[in-house]
Ligand binder design. Structure first.
Ligand code: NAD
Ligand code: 572
Ligand code: ZN
Length: 349
């Protein structure tokens, strides 16, 4: 198909350009997808502004984007479950399929995973993208391609709520009301959590959390952990059974441990500084389980079911839409949060 594939390329820190790249032919087990919608994730913005996240360093130009959906254009010779014209959500991380983690179903822990827009792997913010067919999920007619792109952050939340064992009747604290915290709010609610308190340091983000169904919100800006914990307990009338930490802020991780009920669970979704000081003895003596969360495994089908069934509505997270040619403006919007930006989409039109 030649070099006819406009792509959003991070050349190096601070430099995003639009570049025509070749269209790659699908291998036997792959599909070629005409990309429709790509959500901008905080990690795309972080690579753009910092050139790295931890040990993942942008050393070569890299196509951005990992929250994508599109329409199948061509299928490899061995693909049977998809056909040209099918609309799909793309799960962006393809693992090795061989290691003990892959074989046991925890493929998110695979050391050899190729994850879109995690250096050195190119992402899917382009016009045509080739991907493993079994990591593409056909969307029912009534699920839009925008919703398909949002299945990526929703899958992070599905995995987090599974790790936290959120079930009917639980009281849940979600710390941080960015796209990930809000997806966790929606998922916890769909799983039957009855009381969900959301914290943030931004009043406007807490307004969104309220609109999306948080039963309580607490603005923690400028408060110490003791004061925030007391406000959370008195709002809920009891400590939360479960805390889903979605900010990465050290003070918030500390608060998560301190405020969670004895015998409860804290899951760490937010990624902040690699080393922080925590009240770990408090966690130990009150048997508060602290569990990690790394992306997701086998969560796309659940995320899709939640959306298709109407139990989760991700559409209110979408605040901005841009065309591929306006990618730099889209990234500026996502970075600054101007206009109350939550989820900024880039679309091929
Ligand atoms: P975001 O930056 O949009 O949201 C973070 C929110 O936390 C913001 O609204 C911010 O105001 C709020 N915040 C800051 N300090 C706070 C505090 N002390 N208490 C409460 N809230 C506070 O980011 P996002 O896209 O929603 O992602 C959230 C986090 O999840 C990021 O750290 C991201 O790297 C991480 N993440 C982790 C995984 C994983 O696999 N573990 C996957 C996706 C995202
Ligand atoms: O949607 C996947 C995703 N994962 C994020 C952040 C945003 N989006 N994570 C936080 C950063 N880590 S990482 O291990 N890394 C850069 C590979 O530090 C991955 C998970
Ligand atoms: Zn992401």
């Amino acid at each position: 198909m030649g070099v006819n594939n406009l792509s959003v390329v991070l050349k190096k820190k601070d430099e995003i350009v639009l570049e025509n790249r070749p269209v790659s032919e699908p291998g036997p087990h792959e599909v070629l997808i005409g990309i429709d919608t790509v959500g901008i994730c905080g990690s795309d913005v972080h690579y753009w502004k910092n050139g790295r996240i931890g040990n993942f360093i942008v050393r070569e130009p890299m196509v951005l984007g990992h929250e994508s959906s599109g329409t199948v254009v061509r299928v490899g010779s061995k693909v049977t479950h998809l056909k040209p014209g099918d609309r799909v959500a793309i799960e962006p991380g393809v693992p090795c399929r061989m290691c003990e983690f892959c074989k046991s179903g925890r493929y998110n822990l695979c050391r050899e995973v190729k994850f879109c827009a995690t250096p050195p792997v190119d992402g899917s913010l382009c016009q045509y993208y080739t991907h493993a067919a079994d990591f593409c999920f056909k969307l029912p007619e009534h699920v839009s391609l925008e919703e398909g792109a949002l299945l990526e952050p929703l899958s992070v939340a599905v995995h987090a709520c599974e790790r936290a064992r959120v079930t009917a009747g639980k009281t849940v604290l979600v710390t941080g009301a960015g796209p990930i915290g809000l997806c966790n709010l929606l998922t916890a609610k769909a799983l039957g959590a009855t009381r969900i308190l959301v914290t943030d340091i931004s009043e406007s983000r807490l307004e969104v959390a309220k609109k999306l169904g948080a039963s309580h919100v607490v603005c923690v800006g400028g408060k110490d952990a003791g004061a925030s914990a007391e406000e959370i307990r008195s709002s809920l009338g009891a400590p939360p059974d479960i805390t889903v930490e979605c900010s990465g802020a050290e003070s918030s991780v500390r608060l998560a441990i301190l405020v969670t009920k004895s015998g409860g669970t804290v899951v760490l979704v937010g990624m902040g500084p690699p080393e922080i000081t925590l009240p770990i003895v408090d966690a130990a003596i009150r048997e508060v389980d602290v569990r990690g969360v790394f992306r997701y495994a086998n969560c796309y089908p659940t995320a899709l079911e939640l959306v298709a069934s109407g139990r989760v509505d991700v559409k209110p997270l979408i605040t901005h839409r841009f065309r591929l040619e306006e990618a730099v403006r889209a990234f500026e919007t996502a970075r600054s949060g101007e206009g109350g930006a939550i989820k900024v989409l880039i679309q091929n039109k």
